[in-house]
Design a protein around this ligand. Structure first.
Ligand code: HEC
Ligand code: HEC
Ligand code: HEC
Ligand code: HEC
Ligand code: HEC
Length: 474
């Protein structure tokens, strides 16, 4: 039995003793070792990476090397065979398999050494690739599709939280789902069929319990929070007005009372929306202490309430905690509070708003036209300003371009307002998706729309709020 096998193996080993086949064998065995090693780690280990693009390494790159090695072996054998045949050197009898034979031993030594070297190289490359794929740089920058989210992420308070923390869960099913998604996205990017703009139903994210609540105590009592909102006017002096809002954030106080905005939504609320970004909410239910359920249904909705039920969590309000896309007003007011564009430039707010809101074909087009637009305005309308405050105008133009680039991405069809912000209710439906005074329970109870439940408005658009002077804030 062994004799026969040995006889059949002889020509294979004889012809296989060539550089190409030996390298092929080494590649195959090295990639097999790395694959097996990572499988063992991911099945028995903990805290392994769950990046969706790992699929590229484990499902494409390593198996690719494995197969490449397998293909190289017969090619080498074939080449050596035809080479010897052409030279008329085909042996009549194939040499015996003999570990004492120096030629045969050399071959085995080469395979072992090459396997080891390949193992180190492939293993290191894989390890480094995996670490890189877990970094925000990979997620945000390796793919132009992510440009809007990357730009918004960098200026957010969470710019040190890795993308995978919020976007990919742990456990086998999350990892498999992420890999399937990653591969699908890769194909979509390759063929340009991904959605413009990218969509993000909250249901695709990890639950807040596994993300936000790892760092923020949901029960922390915040109490009231003072908001001072500054706006600049469209008049020549860019006049400042302020709104002073005391937000009743609440939380859980020392007596375990739930109060305010945070406290109330820690209860078990479930809602049904009719669109993927949850902007139109037709019903929300609250589970009461006695086990009964109060369901508030929008009076605009005539049909039966059905659809995907989502349990409300932090991200239903804080959907922009990380990817902050502003309105043009917010973006310009914010940088003007910091001093650039300078409010000393006449009509700079009005001009700035017009320039950043105009339609451009690309960010480069916008940069050129916003800059020349502002320059031309001062050159023609205010030559004194243009001559005397040249740098101030240039800085203003540069800042307008910066805020445009942070918020608008023509290549991804991301315009002002593409991504709604659910905090508040002035620019987007936000809280009023439910608290619009139009969501009513069976007994006629209306989900509150009372301004003072959420905040006290001390001043609205006031040029000189007295309360700020009293607080020493002006
Ligand atoms: C602290 C949590 C958190 C981190 C960190 C985070 N994201 Fe997000 N991401 C979110 C939330 C929440 C949404 C849903 C936004 C919405 O529905 O409006 C989202 C949505 C997205 C979307 C869909 C488009 C959108 O804005 O709705 C993309 C793409 C995205 N994130 C990419 C990234 C990338 C790339 C990184 C790292 C550079 C990252 N995210 C880091 C929480 C996070
Ligand atoms: C890894 C820890 C971490 C995670 C996870 C995290 N945060 Fe934060 N978050 C922080 C830190 C740190 C700050 C404070 C940053 C600062 O003060 O500049 C912060 C700030 C905030 C703020 C205040 C923002 C502001 O403009 O002042 C909000 C709101 C917030 N986080 C909500 C969330 C939500 C919602 C999630 C889940 C999607 C989340 N965070 C996940 C660490 C985290
Ligand atoms: C019903 C909507 C809503 C929900 C749900 C919600 N928040 Fe908030 N949260 C707010 C509002 C409104 C603010 C104040 C926003 C502002 O400062 O402009 C806020 C502020 C915050 C702040 C900043 C507090 C400070 O001292 O400035 C943090 C941190 C925060 N939320 C974390 C969370 C976390 C974590 C969760 C989930 C357990 C959560 N929020 C759930 C509405 C909500
Ligand atoms: C998905 C629907 C939904 C959204 C969105 C929502 N809420 Fe609520 N909210 C509720 C429900 C349901 C209740 C509980 C009503 C009850 O007690 O019967 C509630 C209760 C409250 C209460 C307590 C009301 C009271 O009578 O004391 C406050 C305050 C509040 N919400 C503020 C906010 C703020 C601020 C936002 C936006 C940042 C917001 N809510 C967004 C559904 C929502
Ligand atoms: C369900 C809670 C809720 C109710 C009800 C509510 N608001 Fe608000 N409102 C908010 C929140 C939250 C903010 C803060 C948004 C932010 O953080 O910028 C806000 C902010 C504001 C602001 C300042 C925003 C700005 O950009 O100037 C005004 C003005 C305002 N609300 C007016 C009202 C009035 C008037 C009513 C009554 C008809 C009302 N709100 C009812 C939650 C509510």
């Amino acid at each position: 039995m062994f004799g026969k096998l040995e006889k059949n193996l002889r020509p294979v080993l004889f012809y296989g003793n060539n550089p190409l086949s030996l390298i092929g064998g080494a590649l195959t065995s090295a990639s097999a070792f790395v694959l097996i090693g990572f499988w063992v780690v991911s099945v028995f280990g903990r805290g392994g990476s769950t990046n969706p693009y790992l699929g590229i390494v484990f499902d494409l790159f390593l198996p690719g090397l494995f197969i490449l090695g397998l293909i190289l072996i017969p090619i080498g054998i074939g080449l050596r065979h035809s080479h010897l045949k052409a030279a008329g050197q085909l042996p009549a009898v194939y040499p015996q398999i003999d570990l004492q034979d120096p030629v045969f031993r050399r071959g085995i030594e080469v395979v072992i050494a090459a396997t080891f070297i390949n193992f180190v190289i492939v293993g290191t490359a894989t390890y480094r690739g995996v670490s890189y794929m877990d970094s925000p740089n990979f997620c945000g920058q390796s793919c132009h599709v992510m440009a809007p989210q990357w730009a918004a992420y960098q200026v957010s308070p969470h710019s040190h939280v890795a993308c995978v923390e919020c976007h990919i869960g742990s456990g086998i099913s999350a990892a498999v789902e992420a890999k399937v998604n990653g591969t699908k996205q890769l194909l979509e990017v390759t063929f340009g069929t991904y959605p413009h703009p990218i969509e993000a139903p909250l249901s695709a994210l990890r639950p807040a319990r596994a993300t936000c609540e790892q760092c923020h105590m949901p029960t922390r009592f915040v109490g009231d929070k003072l908001l001072v909102l500054t706006k600049f006017g469209d008049d020549q002096k860019n006049s400042i007005t302020r709104s002073v809002v005391v937000l009743h954030l609440g939380g859980v106080d020392s007596l375990s009372h739930l109060s305010g905005i945070h406290g109330h939504h820690l209860d078990d609320y479930e809602y049904v929306a009719t669109d993927p970004s949850d902007q139109t909410i037709i019903s929300v239910s609250k589970r009461n202490a006695d086990g009964s359920v109060t369901q508030y249904v929008s009076s605009d909705w005539k049909g039966p309430v059905k659809g995907v039920v989502r349990r409300m969590d932090c991200m239903d309000c804080h959907n922009q905690a990380t990817h902050v896309f502003q309105t043009p007003e917010q973006a310009l007011d914010e940088v003007m509070v910091d001093g650039t564009p300078s409010a000393n430039l006449p009509f700079v707010h009005k001009q700035g708003m017009q320039l950043i809101q105009a339609k451009y074909s690309s960010q480069a087009d916008a940069a050129a036209k916003i800059t020349s637009g502002l320059q031309d305005y001062y050159k023609t309308q205010y030559p004194d300003v243009w001559n005397g405050q040249h740098d101030t105008v240039e800085n203003a133009a540069r800042m307008l371009v910066t805020i445009y680039d942070r918020n608008v991405f023509p290549s991804m069809k991301v315009a002002w307002g593409t991504y709604p912000d659910n905090i508040g209710h002035m620019d987007y439906p936000g809280c009023f998706r439910c608290h619009d005074g139009n969501h009513v329970a069976k007994g006629g109870k209306v989900l509150t729309n009372d301004c003072s439940v959420c905040h006290n408005l001390l001043n609205v658009d006031d040029p000189n709020p007295k309360v700020l002077t009293e607080l020493g804030m002006q």
